[in-house]
Design a protein around this ligand. Structure first.
Ligand SMILES: NC(=O)c1ccc[n+]([C@@H]2O[C@H](COP(=O)([O-])OP(=O)(O)OC[C@H]3O[C@@H](n4cnc5c(N)ncnc54)[C@H](OP(=O)(O)O)[C@@H]3O)[C@@H](O)[C@H]2O)c1
Length: 260
């Protein structure tokens, strides 16, 4: 049984908690959340061990599943490294400090960070890389992400991962493309441009599209998440894979293979 801690008690962590009882290979060791579980979170909140911080956890865990916000991920990464616990994080919009903490932790424990844990987006990322490589700078590319109004980061972690896939195909640097100067004043010669568009609206779970505009035609690759359960199921599948890995920093392509 994979002794598991869930870090965070928001929209995503709740879906993971809801699916855990259906997984016979998992045992929930406890929920780590700054806020006390409410009645919606667990039918019987008292039946679930709750820790207000990781420092309170004294039991031995195999895996920590992190769906918090920037800051929370870095704290969890330090704790996992110190306690020999594998860490799976789906948190996006991470700060440099969070990323550094994840990479440091990966020297001691297996770490998988994935901005999107759906199989469909992993496959989409591979398809986008293939299309970008085939089309080169002949296409102008727009990556659009549409999410609910509560989402704090933009572009989304998935949009950035899709951009990284484009860049792998076209040998460009993401840092240059995200330079605020360039975003405000796009180059006059716009051949091969890559642009982001992020929309925050209502309760949309997550939609991404990559649009390749050619002189006389358009190719569009898109994905729509219909339910957050798809990410929670992916997290539990990836977590079961991760606990058997050596220490290291893993991505969804390591877990599912480069083509998803
Ligand atoms: N990888 C994927 O497939 C995937 C899919 C969907 C969403 N996401 C990402 O997952 C993350 C969580 O999304 P969500 O919709 O569940 O967010 P949410 O509903 O806002 O929940 C965030 C949770 O994190 C906790 N938290 C925030 N800062 C913290 C800190 N510094 N230390 C400890 N806990 C902290 C919050 O606790 P308090 O209530 O105490 O503030 C809350 O329980 C986001 O980054 C989102 O973009 C990833």
């Amino acid at each position: 049984m994979i002794q598991t801690l869930v870090h965070g008690a928001g929209r995503m962590a709740r879906r993971v908690l809801a699916q855990l009882p259906d997984r016979t290979d998992y045992q929930l060791l406890g929920l780590v959340s700054r806020t006390e579980p409410d009645a919606d979170l667990a039918a019987d909140p008292l039946a679930m061990a709750w820790y207000a911080s990781l420092d309170e956890v004294k039991k031995s865990a195999d895996l920590l599943i992190d769906f918090t916000l920037p800051g929370g991920t870095g704290t969890a990464a330090h704790w996992c490294a110190d306690n020999g616990v594998a860490m799976l994080s789906g948190t996006t919009g991470l700060s440099d400090k969070d990323v550094e903490a994840l990479k440091d932790a990966a020297l001691k424990v297996p770490v998988l960070w994935a901005p999107n844990l759906s199989y469909g987006v992993t496959l989409m990322t591979a398809l986008v890389q293939q299309a970008a490589a085939a089309l080169g700078a002949s296409a102008n590319i727009t990556i659009t992400d549409l999410h609910h109004q509560h989402k704090v980061d933009a572009p989304s972690g998935t949009a950035l991962a899709l951009a990284a896939a484009v860049i792998e195909g076209r040998s460009e640097r993401l840092e240059d493309l995200l330079d605020p100067q360039r975003l405000q004043n796009p180059p006059d010669d716009d051949a091969g441009e890559l642009a982001f568009s992020s929309v925050r609206e209502g309760e949309v779970i997550g939609e991404h599209s990559v649009r390749f505009e050619l002189p006389d035609e358009v190719i569009e690759i898109s994905h729509q998440a219909l339910d957050r359960n798809v990410f929670a199921a992916g997290a539990l599948k990836a977590g079961a894979w991760l606990v058997d890995q050596d220490p290291g920093y893993y991505t969804t392509s390591d877990w599912l293979g480069p083509s998803g």
